[in-house]
Design a protein around this ligand. Structure first.
Ligand code: C6P
Length: 427
């Protein structure tokens, strides 16, 4: 694993260059970053979609299958005990990563998406009915919108939405009107996957609690990129995905307050989540097993903890500072390009930067960049309502999203690639 050095006070450019040197070292941990695409070195700028995986994570995955592959919480043979211990150790590591007060309050789920559905169905169906409201925002990813739509239709509740200002921040002044004693759940993204906006969750959680509402945080984009502390945020639930934080796909975390999780009915029934089973009724296991029905994603859950420790080893404050410095530089370089519009400029924004180039369709731009070895995302980024609210042409945008291993040189290559596309399309 790369070693990180402490830095004295320096200018912005100096700070960026020191972080850049460290990013160069961190790159050595990621074998995929050595590959070429279309005979050009890969420039991977699609980290908000999924991050790349360091060698320690790949090794840990291999190690599980080579040495101790077995089911968990079932057998008393050695392999099963080793697998169970590693699975539960990983829960401790991932819980520590978000400063959960107790590892049992961290439930392994498939992804952020599954976590939202779990809370919407297991908590929402029991507590919401006609006359109740769920407060979301127009910047939500579809994963933190559609499950609430399904719930609202099932129970007759109403959805309300906080709007977004032109700079991409939430119109928090609307809270006084939209957050009322009818509101039972406030569900918001911590960091927007399109605008990079970081929302003031603690402030909103306190306002939610004042009217007796729950606070659910979609932390899919924040947990990989900044120190997230569920206790400091004062939220009730927080969801995140392993694959965006150097871990594997198919594994994520749902944190919830113990008393709330204990009071909830299960989301899915099956093996491992039961206390006793009779032909006509069953009782439930304690948390977290109550919410982990069936054979879990053992290998990936184990490796999730390795990924969390890898990030902690670099330091979440270091990661955030590197991304802030490189995002500023990225925005500067993009602003030099004629006809390019950047969406979102809220202070303290994260490293996902969406933009459009004049009349060029973002997918055409992404294809041209791919020929240069540069991977960005184009499309609606699962935020169709946000693209609509911001009147974005084609309902889609191009998005470059940075991570710990991205460098100044890669940002320069992106800028050069966009200039090339501009010339190609004659804009
Ligand atoms: N956003 C992106 O390219 P899953 O797919 O369950 O791991 O994460 C869903 C999700 C929820 N909330 C936010 C804020 C997200 O950004 C995402 C995933 C990816 O922006 C894939 S669509």
């Amino acid at each position: 694993m790369s070693e990180i050095v402490m830095m004295p006070r320096q200018t912005d450019a100096e700070i960026l260059s020191v972080y850049d040197e460290q990013a160069q070292k961190i790159r050595d941990d990621f074998p995929i970053l050595c590959r070429e695409v279309h005979h050009k070195p890969l420039v991977y700028l699609d980290n908000a979609a999924t991050s790349q995986k360091p060698q320690v994570v790949l090794d840990a995955l291999n190690d599980y299958y080579v040495r101790y592959n077995a089911n968990v919480h079932r057998g008393i043979h050695t392999l099963s005990e080793e697998a169970t211990n590693a699975y539960e150790d990983s829960r401790v590591k991932v819980a520590r990563f978000i400063n959960a007060p107790d590892p049992h309050t961290l439930i392994f789920v498939r992804s952020t998406t599954e976590a939202v559905n779990l809370v919407a169905q297991a908590w929402g169906r029991a507590h919401l009915h006609k006359g109740h409201e769920i407060l979301l925002s127009v910047m939500e990813h579809h994963s933190n919108l559609v499950p609430w739509q399904i719930l609202a239709n099932q129970v007759g509740a109403k959805l309300r939405f906080l709007d977004v200002r032109e700079d991409g921040s939430l119109k928090l002044e609307d809270l006084s009107v939209k957050l009322t004693e009818r509101t039972k759940m406030v569900a918001l993204t911590h960091m927007s996957n399109m605008l990079g906006t970081v929302n003031p969750i603690k402030e909103i959680a306190m306002a939610a609690h004042n009217v007796g509402a729950m606070m659910f945080v979609d932390a899919a984009q924040s947990v990989p990129h900044m120190a997230v502390d569920v206790q400091a945020l004062e939220c009730d639930f927080l969801a995140f995905s392993g694959h965006k934080m150097c871990g594997p796909t198919g594994i994520g975390g749902l944190w919830g307050r113990r008393s709330i999780l204990e009071s909830m009915e299960p989301f899915m029934g099956g093996g491992s989540m039961i206390g006793e089973v009779h032909l006509d009724y069953s009782t439930w296991a304690d948390i977290p097993e109550k919410f982990e029905a069936g054979t879990p994603n053992i290998a990936h859950a184990i490796v999730f903890g390795v990924a969390a420790e890898y990030l902690s080893g670099i330091g979440m404050d270091h990661i955030r500072a590197h991304e802030e410095a490189l995002t500023l530089y990225l925005i500067e370089r993009l602003q030099e390009i004629d006809g390019l519009t950047i969406y979102g400029s809220a202070p303290g924004r994260g490293a996902a930067v969406s933009f459009n180039l004049d009349d060029v369709h973002p997918s055409d731009l992404a294809i041209i960049l791919d020929r240069e070895g540069i991977a960005i995302r184009s499309g609606h980024h699962c935020t169709q309502p946000l693209h609509r609210a911001m009147n974005i042409k084609y309902g889609s945008s191009a998005r470059a999203s940075l991570y710990i291993y991205n460098t100044i040189d890669e940002v320069d290559k992106l800028a050069a690639g966009i200039q090339k596309a501009r010339r190609f399309f004659g804009t």
